[in-house]
Design a protein around this ligand. Sequence first.
Ligand SMILES: Nc1nc2c(ncn2[C@@H]2O[C@H](COP(=O)(O)OP(=O)(O)OP(=O)(O)O)[C@@H](O)[C@H]2O)c(=O)[nH]1
Length: 448
Amino acid sequence: MKLKGKSNKLLNKNSKKSFCGELKKVVEASDIVLQVLDARDPLGCRCPQVEQIITQSGGNKKLLLVLNKIDLVPRENLEKWLHYLKNEFPTVAFKSSMQLKDRSMQEKKHPKESARVDLSRGSMCFGRECLLKLLQEYCRSQDKAIQVGVIGFPNVGKSSIINSLKEVRACDVGPVRGITKCMQAIHIDKQIRMLDSPSIIAAPSNSALALALRSTTDIEDSGKLVDAVNAIVKHCSKQQIMLYYNLPDFRNSVEFLTLLAQKRGMLKKGGVPDTESAAKLLLYDWTGAKVSYHSLLPASRNLSPHLTKEVVVEMQQGFNLKDLEKDNMDTIKAVKYPNLASSIIFQSSGLTNGTVEENELAEETLELENIETNEEADDSTEDDQDSNEEEEVVEENIQTSRKTNPAKLNMDESLEEQTAGEQPPTLSFNLDETTDQDDAYDFNTDYV
Ligand SMILES: Nc1nc2c(ncn2[C@@H]2O[C@H](COP(=O)(O)OP(=O)(O)OP(=O)(O)O)[C@@H](O)[C@H]2O)c(=O)[nH]1
């Protein structure tokens, strides 16, 4: 996600500390916080530390979950996740609009431009009315204008959701991770102001899988790329991966990447397979806009350890949950889904821990040199109210309680139950605490 306009010029800070600070400002300034989840791995996109900050902040702050990219999971799986998540926080099913015009383009209003806008189903947004209604009703119940923070790990679709609500490409969207560096305000209407934020920083203590999918920057180091691919592939059905990429059997990640590079014609000088590019392609696939995979629900339906029943009730107050359920059903009915058999089964590693306190970060900087920033964007198109309001920031410190260290989920039991009727390929997962440490993974061991 790339923000346009003056804000990036003024606040172009690349350090993770700055990311943390900006995220906290957004949370602090928000009446409602939307935590955006990729529907393909809802739990992996939830950050217990940030949820705790919001739910324990007092001052009537609300937390909603937005289950985005619902067009990439089978309908049956989506319905199960909505049912699961709503027991913790009110949850909105969403599919972002994929092709929106720039504000500058919209101002031109050339008839040929409008004719070129893609109106196909794939580019449409679903869930917009439901989310807006929820926010507007909350406004009315509070009898005041509200600020709505949009937070989440990289690439979950934060910018896409804001753009979809605004119906204009106010923030740039793309597969590159972590381009948003500072808070920016976007007015949806007179009563609702969205606050965009840099992504949550995944703590280094997370599993290799969580780090592969949720790290703030694109991975560049070739060894780390192979590790990241290894972590992803070993949490999927190998047969389905082979089928999706149309590859023969492989023994390990290096062999997989070699085959993938050959298949896609990714060759270096002398015809050597470019495994680094193949690895980046796979990572983009796994966090981007296309590949359908879905994760199974946890065996235990207990409340997440960092939540209490009182918190759940408090977060529900002020929202009409019956209407939300009905509106979600309307969204569900309208979207086109991949079928179960073609969607890759994925084993999530559960909630992803985030680093929210600046003092917990090492003095490292994000490797953003390779990311093309948008600072040269024409500021003249940014002369509306939105681009001037991001500096309105609350500087108070937020007290963070950090009791939580959620254990990884053991989903083995639920796997059998949930895949009954799904006819998944034969697979067996081993999610003990050491799984992700095992660099020399042998695919033949865990996949039957
Ligand atoms: N299929 C599909 N793709 C989506 C959807 N929402 C977002 N995407 C794609 O997901 C990718 C990331 O979207 P962004 O909106 O840039 O995500 P972000 O959370 O703002 O990303 P960061 O700036 O890295 O934090 C883009 O390629 C989007 O086109 C959706 O509902 N469905």
